[in-house]
Design a protein around this ligand. Structure first.
Ligand code: MD6
Ligand code: FE
Length: 200
């Protein structure tokens, strides 16, 4: 359970043990059945390589109309509720005062990645964003408050939790690649990243 601070990102290595990770995967199964993963399209018309869905009052979507939070899955159903064991992690590490509106669920297959970005579609940046890594290792890159400049990278493993808040809240970050097959948590490999956000 080592704790690392990297450019203001609070990184809790191995915050979740193997059984807690397996429990989260079980909690996610019914969510993925009722709100199936989809491949989002950026406003510029590029398909993202990650597949995505959400739980909570609001989910994050992107299409030709832009990036936004909305109360329904693109196919029309309300998003399922955020499971209690996930809320518990938020209450312990992010805030006991307000629960997140959104649990964004990203699935990385073998060649998926996520370019450097800021999380800035939320209404109030005083709330942190909390991320939970499950499955294969991923190379996480952290940049600066503005685009460009030197970056630093760290491998995130299954069970790691990252809190991006305070001065780091609008820092650029992304995933360069995953090490496909490095974890046995997901029977078919790949990585799931959960990000919890207060959106509205
Ligand atoms: C990922 N994570 O780990 C991508 N965003 O797959 C993020 O984009 C992220 O780790 C906000 C806060 C923490 C994160
Ligand atoms: Fe992000």
């Amino acid at each position: 359970m080592a704790r690392l601070l990297l450019r203001g990102f609070d990184i809790r290595k191995a915050w979740l043990d193997g059984s807690a990770q397996a429990q989260l995967i079980e909690e996610l199964r019914p969510i993925l059945r009722s709100a199936p993963l989809f491949r989002p399209m950026t406003p510029s018309g590029k398909e993202m390589s990650v597949r995505m869905t959400s739980a909570g009052k609001l989910g994050w979507v992107t299409d030709k109309s832009g990036y936004r939070y909305q109360p329904q899955h693109p196919k029309g159903a309300d998003w399922p509720a955020i499971p209690e064991p996930i809320l518990k992690i938020w209450r312990e590490l992010a805030s006991a005062d307000r629960d997140p509106d959104c649990c964004l669920i990203n699935y990385y297959g073998e060649s998926a990645k996520m370019g450097l970005h800021q999380d800035k579609d939320e209404a109030d940046f005083s709330w942190p964003v909390l991320s939970i890594s499950l499955g294969d290792d991923a190379l996480f890159r952290i940049g600066n408050q503005t685009r460009g400049g030197k970056t630093e990278s760290i491998w995130l493993s299954s069970g790691d939790v990252v809190i991006m808040g305070g001065p780091a809240r609008l820092t650029y970050h992304g995933i360069d690649r995953i090490r496909f097959g490095s974890s046995k948590l997901l029977p078919r490999g790949g990585r799931i990243n959960l990000t919890l956000r207060v959106a509205s």
